[in-house]
Every structure is written in C-alpha cells, then in structure tokens.
Ligand binder design. Sequence first.
Ligand code: SF4
Length: 554
Amino acid sequence: MELNYEMFCYQCEQTAGGKGCTKLGVCGKTPEVAGLQDLLIFQIKGISCYVKVLLDKGEHISKDIVKFIENSLFTTLTNVNFDPEAHVKMLLESQKIKDAFRKLVRKPAIETAHASYNLPDTKTEMIKDAPIAGIMYDSDLDPDIRSLRQTIVYGLKGISAYGHQARELGYYSDSVDDFYVEALCATTDDNMSVEELIRLTMRTGEMAIEIMKKLDEANTGVYSDPTPHKVNVHIKKGPFIIVSGHDLKDLEMLLEQTAGKGINIYTHGEMLPSHGYPGLKKYPHLAGNFGGAWQDQQKQFDNLPGCILMTTNCLMKPRESYKDRIYSTNVVGWDGVKHIGRKPDGTKDFSEIINHALELGGFPEDEEIKDILVGFGHKTTLSYAPQIVEAVKSGKLRHFFLIGGCDGARPGRNYFTDFAKMVPDDCIILTLACGKYRFNKLDFGEVSGLPRLLDVGQCNDAYSAVVIATALADAFGTDVNGLPLSLIISWYEQKAVAVLLALLSLGIRNIYLGPVLPAFISPNVLQYLTDTFGLRQISNPEDDIKTCLKQNIR
Ligand code: SF4
C-alpha cells in the first residue's frame, strides 16, 4: 500500500503550474517517494553536520561515506529512482552512518534537527516524520534564504550525477568530495546570511566546473578524446539492446559482454556522444543511435522487440508494453523493473538482458542508413582553431551560438528548434546535451569549410565548451564575454542547475535561459542574477538572435 505525504517539489522545469508538484510529480514521483527523498536529503545534511567537524580538523573521510552522500543526492535527482524500497534501504543505511559519526564526534558542527533526528525503523513511521524534511516546513523562513539553500542542494544533485559517472571510471576530486559535506552542512545553518549563501552558490558553480573537468579527464583518459564520427540514426536488422542515460562504463561493459553474440547496441538520448570516443566506437556492434530525446521514450519504446538499459537519469514511467524488457542499473530504479546490480568485484553481469534481447529477436529489417555527425569535443574543435580565427577575422564566420541543456516536453521547447533554424548561414551552432534532438537531424551545411553544427557532447561537456571558448578568447586577445558567442541554455533538471552555476561562477554574462525560469529562484535572487550576470529568460528566437548579434565585438 502506498503511503500518503503532502509532497512539495519544485526542483525541475516541468513542476506543476510552474510552482510545485503537490499531489503527484509531473515526472511520476509519488508522494510516498517524495517523502522518502526529502527525508534522505535531510539525513545526509545531518550526517554532514557531524562529518564537517572532522573536515575542520583536516581529516579525510572515507570514500564509502562520500559515495553514500553522492548516491543519495543522485538518487533524488529528477527521473532517477521511483522505487520506495530502494529509498527505505538507503534511509536505514543513513541512520547507521549518522550513529557512527555521532559516536565518534559527539557534537555536530551545527546543532540542528538534521543532526539530532533519529530515523524510525519502518517506512510508515518514516513517512509520518517526512514533513520535518519538507522544503516548505519552516513557513517563516526568509524566501531568499530558502531559494539559495535549494539552489545549492540542486546544484549538488547535478554535481553528484557527474561525480558518480567519474567515480565509475576511477576518477574523483577530493575538493568536490569535501564540498558535498561542507555545503550540505551549511544549508542547515540559520546564521548564514543571504550574502554568504550567494558566495556558497558561486562556490557550488566552481565545484561543478571541477567535477566536469574531472569527468572529462575520466572519459578522455579511459576512452581517448572524441573524434568526428558518423552515427547511423536508423535501425538495423537483428536483436538489440538500447542503452540510455549517461554512463560510458556501463556501455563499455555491455559492449564487451555482447561482442560476437549477434546483438546490436544502440545508444539513446544522452548516450549519443559515446560514438565519438575511440575506446567505444571500436566495437563494430555499436550500431547506431535510437530514437529522440528522453521525453519521447514511452512512445518509442512501446512494444519494442528488444531490451533497454537505463544507466542514469531520464527514466520515465515504463508502459506495460515494455516494462518487462527495460532494465535499470546504478542508482536508477522503478518499482517492478529488473535491476542489474554490481558484483563484489565491481563488475556487472548483463547476461539476463543479453539473453532476453536474443529471445525477443530484434528488428526484422534494415532501414536505409541515415548518418549524423558527433565527436566535436574540445580537442577536435580546437584543432580547427586557426581556421576558426581566420574565418572570424575575415568576416566569413560571424557568430557562435551554443545551444545546450536538457530537453523537456513543453511546447515552448520549439523555441530551440526555431532558434537553430533561424541562425544565419555565416554562424556556427555548438550543441550540448539532449536539447539538440529537436534539430540535430537537420542538414545545416558548412561555413568556411567547417560543419555549421558541431556536437560538443553530453551536458557535462559544458566543460569542453568552456575550454573551447577560453582558448578562442585567448586567440582573439579577449575574454569569453568578448567573444562573438552567445549561450542559449534550455534547462530541465538539476544537472542544468550545476551547469548554469558553473558558467556563472566563471563570470559568463548574458546567458539566455528557458523555456521558463526555475520556480525555486526567488524574485530577489533573480534580480541579483540579472544585475550581476545579465541572465535573461528567452523571448522569441528572432529577437534573441538579433540581440545576440548586436553584442558582436568584431
Ligand atoms: S522532479 Fe519535477 S516533476 Fe518530479 S515532482 Fe519534482 S518538480 Fe515535479
């Protein structure tokens, strides 16, 4: 039986009425899961209040504890885990961890309810307690303080997704690991002023840069730098598995375990940039990319004669027509969906999904091949730097538009397709994340011998875009704000919050954000962002392109 809880969640762009989901998440999150998630965040804040004491003494905490905090943050990110039992398990673990630190430290860094609270043993009791962890629990809290605290927590959730991906490949950042604790503890501190929280928000952005850099090192260190690669977006005859999410390590393990078995592996959604990595595209059965952006999955997975593996976020409520053939791994989960766990040696056994895909038989026919181009990470794009600089100086190349971010289901998202179509022929479009699915199958042709549409990669490859922009700024003797470059960001969930904070922490101005502004940003905080960074909401593509082009300095 599902337990009731007066939920309130406004962490993503699709939040009900642009204010908050209160009855049921638009994403499908139930009040029960919402309550357990609120309590889990409350618990890791409490744990952090104890761990902070050790950090202040210069001690390092065990990476197992960091992993627990990181996984808890990631589990509560939009579209990741909808399974109540998985949350209960993590909550019980959280109390054990808290008890151990309580015994060790005795007095927390901040004396707060988060630290002193003791979790009950049953799910029913947990849900009864969950209101104390709700976002709106303290109705007298200053709205700007609440807004900044939530912005920091959402930034941390985004960072945790990248941190998890990097850690899977054996990479991590000690500064980010410590920052989880420091920031979570700080969000419980009633003595922190708005100004101090703004500074912490900017530090969250710095940590987002740090973790994206680390993930870039991980991806390029393990799989080499992406190089341009044509990807077939149509299907091939035969059994198949579709891999969705973001995790390259899972894709690699699956490619290894399916080699020579007559199974095609397709990427889906944000896995598309995987085709650019030499360490992954070397597998001949990495056959292509399937479908569109994440929000089309229910329609596109319907009655598929194959299996799907969800590696990170972007899971929607599975329809009955494919619920038996979709599998989750890592922190992803849905009640009743088969989960592939990790073996004690850290590897995974994908034989169940592989055999299932073979049984289903796959697509009966080949479709005609249709290729798109991926693989323009910073190394490849910067190999064209002299050509780009020359083209800009000679006036042949006028402007760059970075259209990045996550896709969503709202009709307003057509803005980004219309924008891309309206970009003048003498300009280049750089893409990031899955917002590009609205237009990346269109033919944009070339400018000055360069493709007009360059795909930089996943959302975390915002770091790659920053490296490209910084190098070009050096070549032009200016800073990033002086470049003929505009950033048009579509946001959907908390990874985009981390990316946005990262860009702001670098002092990047005049970012266009849409389709709507986050509900958790209070009017005063928005005013601060507008005054300080020129952050603005998208209007219409025609006017926004004109304004962007007027900012050209060359
Ligand atoms: S994650 Fe988004 S859609 Fe889901 S409950 Fe929260 S605000 Fe609503």
